[in-house]
Design a protein around this ligand. Structure first.
Ligand code: PRX
Length: 654
């Protein structure tokens, strides 16, 4: 293993408000292992229960796979996030909202949040939304996004937040699959200098899925003066509609295992899948993980830049901070618009103390040079964090030394939509940090690395990353397809959850993530299944076959390269632009390929399987360490592919 050997002892952060001593952390790990039931029931006490649970985990990774936590408990998540703070911090700011182009930020106190959430809950009820029904939310980073999620929680509806970057087809597919009855969206949203037409895309999605979707109503937040067509009877202006309703709403009592929300993510096969999380376990996990790593003290402002449509937007932006009584910030800004270093200005302006972003953003910010950072104060910061992709030791050190001036621990946290919260990450100020490593499992978690032969690796080594036992925030199922859930996560090593990632573990037990082992690529933090791309291309009858792979990309981490075999009898030529447009229209803008190669054939094994590992290397122009090629059916294909790829690269450089 070749790791960065730099180590930063916890004591380097003088005056850091640590939550425990290293000895207490060890004792906590030991206790969680010795008496998991007592440990998790204690953690469950972090949130407010209508009826406290007496059970912890009741379920099994075996057989049909059933995951249940705190089963006899009852709660409403919005009470933990709002009502219980009204006694001692009603006037504390819960949410700071920054909108690009506006001078002032909006500060929403817990008391105001309560009123706005209840008003919307009343409106949703009035529109006929019932407990257990799905509500789709497709909004930019505006306060209404948080309010909408909490209002769903309050009435027991299951929110499905959809990314504004999905195409109309992508949205249509998800509306149909989830059976959403109501949509909350925006007229449009600015993204830097661009306007993204949310409502128009939603209208197209509903039109495309006519007869298959169940949406009867739409609330439209007008975030700007942009006018959009409103269908009478179906569409309502959010604010005009909602303001008529009262500011009290008695929370609907949910069983711990009632579905809380679902979130679509990509897997290695087939269509995007909706990961289902449930009320009790999810909220405990959000509170626990954010409480261990992002500890809110009075006066703290956490800014996690994640879009609300990702799991980080749920757990780190909303539910974790609010369950812990903190102040959380949202902003629709871009890191470098209208000026380089825009985010640093916002940190100063809003006195952000904890800043959490994606490695791709760190790379983009780093590319602007140190001066951009040095011109800002940034003295309010005490903690920095990243999640979503591997962070290189270089990027980590830049973030730590230049942004944090060596004063702020950097928490690289590894987690997934399926894990709901942080799994690997340091307890800041308590644990030694290693640049480029996601540190160690949080107390209560047990992980294994497993080699190609299925053997568990002890001590140092590299293998697939598995989790040995359930945790409260674990995904319960895939919506409508429990068998796919079982197959995807529990068959690789029976009795364990498979993450899909490969990792190394060093002699100190620190984990170093190596990327996905399956056919999922990570473009600037967006998960994309290569099968989704290939399915999209299969719809063009001129295309006989295609293969999509992830290739290294300086800013995005990974970019998409596609190899396309055009049918010999195709009526007309297929262009690179058409291929790109097809992918964008089926999936979304974020999936636009970096390179399209038209080829007569692909490397295959004798049984006909495409050898993707090799394709990836070819697409990256790597000519060494190609691995074992003995299973290839026809070696000459490899030379041909290199010629095409290199030829095209040389052509593009001209
Ligand atoms: O490959 C891992 C990568 O992102 C995947 C999960 O993506 P998503 O479901 O969108 O959830 C993101 C939640 C932060 C993982 O399977 N990943 C996530 N965090 C890290 C990471 N890779 C390396 N280091 C990380 N810290």
């Amino acid at each position: 293993m070749h790791h960065n050997t730099k180590v930063i002892p916890a004591g380097a952060y003088v005056g850091y408000p640590t939550i425990m001593t290293p000895q207490q952390l060890e004792a906590m790990r030991e206790y969680a292992q010795r008496d998991p039931k007592a440990f998790w029931l204690e953690q469950a006490d972090r949130i407010h229960w209508h009826r406290k649970p007496t059970q912890a985990f009741t379920g099994s990774f075996e057989g049909d796979v059933s995951i249940r936590w705190f089963e006899d408990g009852q709660l409403n998540a919005s009470v933990s996030c709002i009502d219980r703070h009204l006694t001692d911090r009603a006037d504390q700011v819960a949410l700071i909202s920054h909108r690009e182009g506006r001078q002032d930020v909006e500060k929403i106190t817990y008391a105001t949040l309560h009123d706005r959430v209840c008003q919307l809950a009343n409106a949703l009820k009035h529109l006929g939304v019932e407990k257990g029904q799905r509500v789709a939310i497709c909004l930019p980073m505006v306060p209404e996004a948080a309010i909408a999620m909490l209002a769903c929680a309050r009435i027991g509806a299951v929110h499905v937040v959809l990314f504004g970057g999905f195409s109309a087809e992508g949205i249509a597919e998800r509306l149909v699959d989830s059976g959403a009855v109501l949509v909350i969206t925006a007229n449009a949203a600015s993204r830097g200098a661009k306007m993204v037409p949310f409502k128009e895309t939603m209208d197209k999605a509903l039109e495309k899925s006519k007869g298959s979707h169940k949406v009867h109503s739409m609330l439209v937040v007008h975030t700007s003066s942009e006018t959009v067509s409103m269908q009478s009877g179906r569409d309502h202006d959010f604010h005009t509609y909602v303001k008529e309703f009262g500011t009290e709403f008695t929370p609907v009592i949910m069983d711990a295992e009632d579905p809380f929300f679902m979130l679509y993510t990509s897997g290695s096969t087939g269509k995007p899948k909706a990961i289902v999380h449930t009320c009790g376990g999810y909220l405990v996990w959000a509170s626990y993980t954010m409480g261990m790593v992002y500890t809110h003290k009075p006066g703290d402002v956490l800014w996690c830049t994640a879009d609300v449509a990702w799991i980080t937007g749920h757990t780190s932006v909303l539910y974790g901070p609010l369950a812990n009584g903190g102040t959380t910030m949202i902003s629709d800004s871009l890191p470098n618009y209208p000026v380089p270093g825009r985010w640093w200005d916002l940190i100063d302006q809003c006195k952000v103390t904890m800043f959490f972003t994606a490695p791709t953003a760190v790379r983009a910010l780093m590319a602007e040079g140190d001066d951009v950072v040095k011109r800002r104060d940034l003295s309010t910061l005490r903690l920095l964090g990243v999640a979503g992709e591997p962070t290189s030791p270089d990027g980590w050190e830049w973030y730590h030394d230049v942004v944090g001036k060596g004063r702020c621990p950097v928490a690289d946290t590894w987690w997934q939509t399926e894990t709901a919260g942080i799994m690997l990450g340091p307890i800041p100020g308590v644990q030694t940090l290693k640049p480029g490593s996601a540190s160690t499992p949080l107390p209560g978690l047990s992980m294994s690395l497993i080699d190609q032969n299925g053997a568990v690796i002890e001590g140092e080594g590299e293998g697939g990353l598995f989790i040995n036992a359930s945790w409260p925030g674990q995904a319960r199922t895939i919506w409508g397809d429990h068998e796919r859930f079982r197959q995807t996560y529990f068959t690789m090593s029976p009795g364990r959850y498979f993450s899909g990632d490969a990792a190394q573990r060093d002699a100190d037990g620190y984990y170093w993530l190596m990327g996905r082992m399956d056919d999922v690529i990570n473009i600037a933090g967006h998960r994309l299944g290569t099968a989704e791309v290939e399915d999209a291309l299969a719809e063009d009858h001129r295309i006989a076959e295609s293969a999509a792979v992830g290739v290294a990309h300086g800013l995005k981490g990974q970019g998409l390269a596609v190899f396309v075999i055009v049918r010999k009898d195709a009526a007309d030529e297929v262009t690179e632009k058409e291929v790109s447009q097809l992918i964008v229209s089926k999936i979304g803008r974020y999936a636009a390929p970096e390179a399209v190669y038209f080829v007569p054939d692909l490397p295959r094994t004798r049984s006909g399987k495409i050898v993707r590992r090799l394709l990836r290397k070819i697409a990256e122009g790597q000519t060494e360490n190609l691995g074992d090629l003995s299973s290839l059916n026809d070696m000459s294909v490899v030379d041909m592919l290199y010629e095409r790829v290199m030829g095209q690269k040389a052509f593009e450089q001209k």
